[in-house]
Design a protein around this ligand. Structure first.
Ligand code: SF4
Length: 679
């Protein structure tokens, strides 16, 4: 008999859909959208129903603890018991601590599942108490935008996405809504039915760009120049809101001095867009109110990423677009939730002065002979670093070190798990309870397990509870149940929970995060959380932390002529599902003029290379990308490659202007026909 159960999509996606899961004989047989969350309203992307059942029950599923018997990456393992796995981990880590100290151990985790418990709870308590090196995870993705927001507005929520239906102008800037923020689309459509204009700023002509009233195919990494030029254009048009600025915005003169350096003509030349388009966007932004801007993650992935986002954030402040439903920025959703990460993760357990390593630099650190203490053990979970990290080849060289002890925990046998000495079977999020906030909407949701753990899999919380016990860490902190952890994930006394304990939130409905029942409206019922209480266009916070008081523009210099962008796919969420949805590599899109100049034709297999690596992909000749830009999709696993490298092998590992963030889109490459291919 088929039972229908409530759940939540935990993937790294802003939408966090509520799900109805059909279960038969303890197997997931179907997944569809549910109406528990009014924002996601029964609609899902195509990826989840197609791939999730195979991800949970398929041949790559890890069902028992394993010990590596072959060389790293060779996929030869033998089954061992949980007791043996925990004893082996304990023995190795204890020996490393005795010789090198606990900071020689590095947890290497990211945002595989986004639930509070799976994403960072008992695991971090364990590593903090162990004294392991701390890992700054944010720089890999989202950290730049988060820091740009915090540096400009402080801890304040931005616009709830539903409000954009009141807008007369919506700008989707670096946000491929159709693939990566699906539920914003009906909101945009409702607004457009009432006459709103839609502008898309994106190097690639995405589906939403095709539908837009205006598409600016901006060169990767030049968004800051475009936004500066728009600010100067607003000033020329007399569209700055001086009353709002005087009351609510700090650093305007410093900021405008930078913006005024760029005429529309100069900005158009740098950004690779027609002057007329810049003027049209300037005119629409000056005259249409309410105006909503949605900023995606793509435009942060370059060395000017924080600057670009900050310059976009400045536009509604300068033009006084806040304070009304549909006006301002669809951003900062994380601040709509009463999160209590310190209670959940207990950072005070870490010894004072424990070092923090940037996740972007892990490959470099693994190969750094001067690092003291050296990294002697990594514990990979909730993460597939071999596929996701920039400079893939360097990271893999690091993971191949003979003297490195690698523990992995995952649902499926990923390319990263193949490097582990001990692999632990992790329960999928369908197999344990969790609580879900979102980074793209304002609804809090809870889920119960819909199937029992498969094989001998355990939820991350239980894996680290057992590890803590094995290391002798006892007491309520390390013995807390999942329900108790959920109650520590958000403030149970916060008015937003309306007296409902977090662990009791019904699974068939979502809790709206509001200000005393009213939707958050920046400069309506909520104000910036910066020290000045104003929008800080010149940011003391970012100055103190990164020396970045103001945005800046730094062109990429490279001997390779083509800018490579690698956005999200319509088939995977980052790398999740890369093991279940086929072995074909994604295509490389190239403008017809660039293809012609290289003697390349549609359908040929091409080499794409730079000093960091080489990837072979099928070519798609298309004017959906501008001249000088090539595009492929991130997240493909190694089995899609005939030379053991995927696209992150071409992505540099330098840091962006703020958050020390990853700069995937600063990759510059050359492309030629693969041997044997010819026109
Ligand atoms: S990946 Fe995103 S759109 Fe797709 S089901 Fe999950 S939350 Fe919804």
């Amino acid at each position: 008999m088929i039972a229908e159960r409530h759940s939540v999509c935990p993937l790294d996606c802003p939408d966090t859909c509520s799900l109805t899961v059909s279960v038969e004989d303890e197997r997931i047989v179907a997944i569809r959208g549910s109406h528990a969350n009014p924002y996601t309203a029964g609609v899902l992307c195509a990826k989840v129903p197609a791939a999730y059942p195979s991800f949970v029950h398929g041949e790559r599923r890890i069902r028992t603890p394993l010990r590596r018997t072959g060389r790293r990456g060779e996929a030869r393992f033998e089954r061992i018991s949980w007791q043996e796995a925990l004893d082996t981990i304990h023995r190795h880590l204890t020996a490393i601590i005795a010789t090198h100290g606990a900071q020689a151990i590095l947890p290497l985790n990211y945002a595989g599942p986004h639930g509070f418990l799976a994403g960072g709870s008992m695991d971090l308590r364990f590593f903090h108490r162990l004294g392991a090196s701390l890992l700054d995870r944010k720089p890999l993705c989202g950290g730049i935008r988060t820091e740009a927001w915090f540096g400009t507005f402080g801890a304040a929520p931005g616009m709830r996405p539903e409000q954009a239906e009141h807008a007369r102008l919506i700008v989707a800037w670096g946000n491929n809504v159709t693939w990566s923020n699906l539920h914003l689309m009906p909101v945009i459509n409702r607004a457009r039915k009432q006459g709103a204009k839609l502008v898309v700023v994106d190097p690639r002509r995405t589906k939403i760009a095709q539908q837009a009233d205006l598409h600016l195919a901006v060169r990767p990494g030049t968004d800051v120049v475009l936004a500066w030029a728009l600010a100067a254009e607003l000033e020329r048009r007399g569209a700055l809101d001086h009353a709002f600025i005087a009351r609510h915005v700090a650093g305007v003169e410093e900021y405008m001095a930078l913006a005024r350096r760029y005429s529309v003509a100069e900005a158009a030349r740098i950004c690779g867009v027609p002057e007329g388009q810049v003027r049209t966007l300037g005119e629409w932004y000056a005259t249409l109110t309410p105006a909503a801007i949605s900023v995606g993650n793509g435009l942060e992935r370059n060395q000017n990423g924080g600057s670009g986002i900050r310059a976009i954030f400045a536009l509604p402040a300068l033009a006084g677009k806040f304070g009304v439903p549909g006006g301002g920025l669809i951003n900062g959703a994380g601040y709509a939730f009463p999160k209590t990460p310190r209670r959940l993760q207990r950072p005070e357990l870490a010894p004072p002065a424990t070092r923090t390593l940037n996740i972007v630099d892990v490959g470099a650190h693994l190969l750094d002979e001067g690092l003291r203490p050296p990294i002697k053990a990594v514990f990979i979970y909730n993460h597939n670093p071999v596929i996701v990290h920039p400079d893939q080849n360097r990271l893999r060289r690091g993971l191949l070190r003979d003297d490195l002890f690698v523990v992995g925990a995952d649902v499926a046998m990923t390319d990263s798990m193949l490097y582990a000495d001990i692999v632990l079977p992790a329960a999928s999020h369908f197999e344990h309870a969790d609580l879900y906030a979102a980074y793209g909407q304002h609804w809090l949701q809870r889920a119960e397990p819909v199937i029992p753990p498969q094989g001998e899999a355990l939820p991350n919380t239980e894996i680290f509870r057992r590890l803590a016990a094995r290391f002798g860490f006892t007491g309520p902190t390390f013995e807390a149940s999942d329900a108790e952890l959920i109650d520590e994930a958000v403030d149970p006394d916060d008015v937003r929970l309306g007296g409902v304990r977090p662990s009791r939130i019904p699974t068939d409905q979502a809790l709206a995060m509001t200000a005393n029942g009213e939707e958050f409206t920046l400069f309506g019922n909520v104000f910036p959380g910066t020290k000045s209480g104003k929008v800080e266009l010149a940011s003391p916070y970012l100055e103190q932390k990164y020396g970045a008081r103001l945005p800046r523009f730094l062109p990429v210099t490279s001997r390779y002529p083509l800018a490579l962008i690698s956005p999200a796919s319509d088939q995977r969420i980052t790398s999740t599902f890369g093991g279940v949805n086929g072995g074909a590599p994604p295509p490389l899109e190239m403008h017809p003029d660039d293809a012609r100049a290289r003697g390349l034709a549609d359908g040929m297999r091409v080499r794409v290379w730079n000093d960091l690596g080489e990837v072979r992909l099928p070519l798609r000749v298309s004017d959906a990308v501008p001249r000088g830009v090539v595009c492929t999709l991130k997240g493909a696993w190694l089995h899609t490659s005939d030379n053991g490298q995927t696209i992150s092998a071409l992505c540099p590992a330098h840091h962006a202007d703020i958050s020390e963030g990853a700069c995937f889109n600063d990759a510059r490459v050359e492309v030629a026909a693969q041997d044997g291919e010819g026109p």
